[in-house]
Ligand binder design. Structure first.
Ligand code: ADP
Length: 482
């Protein structure tokens, strides 16, 4: 990995403004998912180091929250600029540890930076309220204050954006934060810490710890100093963390799994729907929590959609993310490949037909062919489980009410998409879908200006937008007798 600024690649953690090794000196090697080659190593930290990072966050809190919003905003703004100034290096680092194509990695750096820019601005807009008193001598005011020390646990599919989407609103609100990145993608997280340090964010305000997920997680959840945990990852782990946080009653933001339906109605613009499906399904090799998982196509356009989607999928170029023109990188690891393979075999055994791809890629390793299946039905695993890979199952439907029912027939409720043009149908379906985010005639819904989050087993809370900062604020009401 040839970085313009090699000092961005760190093999130590960032705690209380210092770069440190694990107390045990233990390290773990991190491999490139495209080649299996070792990139570098990071410390294996655990409970003790997490405790120290939390203590530092507590110590840093009073001075950080005492700054004016404008002062905090200015430091965040500098952090934002540094992400952009170093976007080539950050993108290359991300592609090397995560696998996504370089163009997507660059897109993620811009997206990650956008949260810092947004919340640097929002810091100044944490408004309170005045309420007419309930008695003649009473005056009532509502103020908002930072919740305090916070912790974040993040996944590997968006190594930069999942951190900034949490850290930016936390820091803007006046909170401090300790972050545990995913074990697969520590280097991007540590590079963000380098840039935070350069931006003048004070010691202890933002720390990054790598290592033993369970040891770090236990301390984050049980330490009473931590007043809030923000997690993005699987529903299974989210539930566990919620249980672990219960005794100290922490505030929680949980952005968990999805099982997104993508519905194409007869009156849709099919070319636009295909374009949307390509983004919603195959971005990041199908490894996003808002990826289209179940594609429902109305009978009148099913064949046309299947044909056009297969042609588009045939044009995807699979390869190492740094390769010229590559659109689809490797999956994150062997287990991810096996899950796609098992969903595929289950569907084929129950009567599905492959119309594009359909097997592990000839490149071997963690590469899988972008795949399209027809003749899919609700008895198959693809109908119920998140595949998290480049496999598009096409379900055929006829009735609108029936497809809404099928779309909602899942424990998840993160993102949903549909394509149609009849205005009454659009409103009816948009309102009926039990999802936190609905894309209508678009396959790309993520932006820092809108609230990202889910219903049901997809989680709690919203990230981004004017709502995102509320997750890091307490409401205090002051009743004054005059
Ligand atoms: P995925 O299957 O996509 O890796 P996970 O939910 O397992 O999703 O992981 C998301 C994040 O949660 C990662 O940073 C991982 O290390 C962390 N994690 C997993 N299990 C635990 C746990 N028991 N306690 C704390 N963090 C955990």
């Amino acid at each position: 990995m040839l970085l313009k600024d090699p000092s961005l690649l760190r093999q130590q953690c960032y705690i209380n403004g210092k770069w440190c090794d694990a107390q045990s000196k233990e390290t773990v090697a991190i491999a490139n998912p495209a080649t299996g080659a070792v990139i570098a190593s990071v410390p294996v930290m655990g409970q003790a180091e997490t405790q120290a990072a939390i203590a530092a966050a507590e110590e840093a809190l009073p001075a950080w929250r005492a700054l004016t919003a404008k002062e905090r905003g200015a430091k965040l703004r500098r952090w934002f600029e540094l992400l952009n100034e170093n976007s080539d290096d950050l993108a290359l680092m991300m592609t090397t540890e995560q696998g996504k194509p370089l163009a997507e990695a660059k897109g993620e750096v811009t997206y990650a930076a956008s949260f810092i820019e947004w919340f640097a601005e929002e810091a100044k807009r944490v408004y309170g309220d005045t309420i007419p008193g309930h008695q003649g001598d009473k005056r009532i005011m509502v103020i908002k204050q930072p919740v305090g020390v916070t912790a974040a646990i993040t996944p590997w599919n968006f190594p930069a954006a999942m951190i900034t989407r949490k850290a930016a609103p936390a820091l803007a609100a006046g909170c401090t934060m300790v972050v545990k990145p995913a074990p697969q993608t520590p280097f991007t997280a540590l590079a963000l810490a380098v840039l935070a340090e350069r931006a003048g964010i004070p010691a202890g305000v933002f720390s990054v710890i790598t290592g033993d997920a369970i040891g770090i997680g236990n301390e984050m959840c049980s330490n009473p100093v931590v007043r809030k945990l923000s997690f993005t990852g699987s529903t299974q782990v989210g539930i566990k963390l919620m249980e672990q946080c219960a005794p100290t009653l922490k505030k929680l933001s949980l952005e968990l799994g999805g099982n997104a339906p993508f519905i194409v109605f007869d009156d849709a613009n099919i070319d636009a729907a295909v374009e949307g499906a390509m983004i919603a399904k195959y971005r990041n090799a199908g490894q996003t929590c808002v990826c289209a998982n179940r594609i429902y196509v109305q009978a009148g356009v099913y064949d046309e959609f299947a044909r056009k989607l297969s042609i588009a999928v045939g044009k995807l170029k699979v390869g190492e993310g740094i390769g010229e023109g590559v659109t689809t990188g490797p999956l994150i690891n062997r287990a991810a490949v096996e899950k796609v393979q098992s969903h595929l075999e289950d569907a084929l055994s129950k009567g599905a037909t492959v119309v594009a791809g359909g097997k592990p890629h000839s490149l071997g390793g963690n590469f899988f062919e972008p795949t399209v299946l027809t003749h899919v039905d609700s008895s198959m695993r693809v109908a119920r489980e998140e595949t998290f890979g480049p496999l598009a199952p096409l379900f055929k439907f006829t009735d609108v009410d029936d497809v809404i029912k099928q779309a909602n027939d899942t424990e998840f409720g993160l993102a949903a998409y549909f394509y149609g043009r009849d205005i009454s149908l659009v409103w009816k379906v948009a309102e009926a879908l039990e999802y936190g985010m609905v894309g209508v005639n678009t396959g790309l819904i993520s932006t820092e200006v809108a609230p990202f989050g889910g219903m049901k087993s997809s989680g709690l809370g919203r990230e981004g937008s004017k709502y995102g900062i509320e997750e890091y604020l307490e409401i205090k009401y002051i009743c004054m007798s005059v």
